[in-house]
Design a protein around this ligand. Structure first.
Ligand code: A3P
Length: 312
């Protein structure tokens, strides 16, 4: 059997063996199952690869834009090619592996998918379930985490937008209860965040964990951290010329949301591009969560995160 046939056989047997999928311990919607298995079995990481890993609604779109702009800045900065973010959405420039690249093709041509080099991809897959070559190689992973309360509101409103006209909206109570029980795409949320957090503590050169709130508070210093981690630190000239601030600006919520490319069209997953941009604020949860919800979530945050070093 050649490599392609071996991969095909593995995929076929995994799809039949539902038990092995439940062992990976996270919730995966049926439409992602097959591409996810293809991703797990086919993808071979290079040491030079960069992965943007996130839990949904924690700032994926923003982190993709920032990582893309930082990593490739020498290729289109200052009078060179127009910035690609002006004409393509962050998700078109940094493709999700499981919900894009492998969606309709178990053996995609990864070289052609990444126009710029080194290769840069996105994923929502939990750390434990990433292909082993990602974990075993020197490829770098940037992860973004967000206060669970804001993540929940963003996720709940987003999920309701995705429901068809004939589908009833998910009530906040039901959605909240499901989230607290860990039932959501790629959930449980706390396991997802903790796995990447622990990996970042064990191997800080490989995994960098950023927080949405820190980016909001001081984007320049977080961008410098990101650039340093990626091995492309900003030099003195760049800092003097305002390159850091330029990247922050082109990736900002207000800038991206107003671009035609982000107002129109639909992502390969069927999600309208505009739905990736809602408010982009910290603390919006206070407009939605009841005191008893806050109490339950705070208790859960303590239960899950105390002693881990990860705080919100
Ligand atoms: P809100 O729903 O709270 O507004 P993801 O990209 O992981 O799907 O996360 C979406 C959340 O990030 C949404 O949060 C969205 O508005 C916000 N967001 C999108 N682009 C952003 C940007 N450039 N800066 C800050 N927040 C952004």
């Amino acid at each position: 059997m050649d490599a392609a046939e071996t991969s095909k056989a593995k995929i076929a047997s995994l799809i039949q063996d539902w038990k092995s999928l439940s062992l990976s311990g996270f919730w995966c919607s049926p439409f992602v199952l097959k591409p996810m298995i293809s991703f797990q079995t086919h993808f071979q990481a290079f040491d030079s690869d960069v992965m943007v890993a996130t839990f949904p609604k924690c700032g994926t779109t923003w982190l993709k834009a920032l990582t893309f702009s930082t990593l490739y800045r020498s290729q289109f900065s200052r009078g060179g090619i127009e910035h690609p973010l002006l004409n393509s959405t962050p998700h078109q420039l940094v493709h999700f592996l499981e919900i894009d690249v492998y969606m309709n093709n178990p053996f995609p041509d990864l070289e052609n998918i990444c126009v710029y080099k080194p290769r840069l991809f996105g994923t929502h897959v939990p750390y434990a379930s990433l292909p082993t070559s990602i974990k075993d190689s020197k490829c770098k992973i940037v992860y973004i985490c967000r206060n669970p309360m804001d993540m929940f509101i963003s996720l709940w409103l987003f999920s309701n937008k995705l429901r068809g006209e004939n589908q009833e909206s998910l009530s906040p109570d039901k959605a909240f209860d499901m989230l607290c029980r860990g039932i959501c795409m790629f959930g449980p949320f706390f396991d997802h965040a903790l796995e990447y957090w622990n990996a970042s503590q064990e191997n800080p050169d490989k995994v960098l964990l950023l927080k949405y709130e820190d980016l909001k508070e001081d984007i320049n210093s977080q961008l410098k951290r990101l650039a340093m981690f990626l091995g492309v630190p900003f030099n003195e000239d760049e800092e003097k010329q305002g390159v850091v601030a330029e990247i922050a600006k082109v990736c900002s919520f207000d800038k991206l949301r107003e671009l035609e490319v982000n107002k129109k069209g639909v992502h390969i997953s069927g999600i309208p591009h505009k739905d990736f941009f809602r408010k982009g604020k910290v603390g919006d949860w206070s407009n939605y969560l009841t005191p008893s919800m806050v109490e339950r979530l705070e208790k859960l945050i303590h239960e899950k995160l105390d002693g881990s070093g990860l705080t919100f």
